[in-house]
Design a protein around this ligand. Structure first.
Ligand code: HEC
Length: 168
């Protein structure tokens, strides 16, 4: 009688312990999965970084002054982008995650730019650009196309000088 009771009691204890071990194992493997596959927990963050601001809203609220988007000699001073159609669409979509320099130092065909955008969308959480994509591609293809000659232009206005032979 009492043997049966103590057997039941220890059976329950073992069962409780087994359950705790299973739970602990599940919790540890859950943590391990994140440590292995998503160490910066980026799957919990929304694709659009919190730092994205709408420039027009900021201007309206007086958070930035009008000089913020000043253009001098055809260059958008804040980013270094060439002034042309689509400039602000590019500024608003292509300078949120990295410096504008990363864009302006590159020269690509329209296909090249498109492939770069796809790559960022697939691997870097770049958002769907919607109708802006065509505007951005037009801008980049027109203003950041590959230089069409591999050779530099001939030098002009050079002051030549004659090398004098030394007398000794
Ligand atoms: C959601 C974030 C994000 C946005 C927005 C974004 N990019 Fe990127 N982009 C990245 C990351 C991350 C890299 C890799 C940076 C590095 O290697 O340091 C990158 C790299 C690049 C590169 C270099 C690619 C290479 O092969 O080295 C170019 C060019 C570029 N981006 C252009 C753009 C353009 C054009 C836009 C606007 C359509 C844009 N990016 C918007 C995240 C973004």
């Amino acid at each position: 009688m009492s043997d049966k009771h103590s057997f039941e009691k220890s059976f329950r204890e073992v069962r409780t312990m087994m359950r705790m071990i299973v739970l602990l194992f599940l919790a540890i493997s859950g943590v391990l999965l994140f440590v292995l596959f998503d160490p910066d927990l980026s799957s919990f963050q929304s694709a659009r970084p919190a730092s994205v601001v709408n420039v027009q809203d900021s201007l309206d609220q007086g958070l930035v002054d009008a000089d913020y988007d000043a253009i001098e000699n055809g260059i958008h001073l804040r980013t270094g982008f060439v002034e042309a159609e689509g400039l602000m669409t590019v500024v608003n979509n292509c300078t949120n995650c990295h410096s504008a320099k990363l864009v302006t130092q590159n020269r690509m065909t329209r296909e090249g730019w498109e492939a770069t955008i796809r790559w960022m969308q697939e691997t870097q959480k770049l958002w769907d650009l919607g109708n802006n994509e065509a505007i951005i591609l037009d801008y980049l293809a027109a203003n950041y196309a590959p230089e069409d000659t591999g050779r530099r232009a001939n030098l002009a206005d050079i002051e030549w000088y004659v090398l004098e032979e030394s007398s000794d």
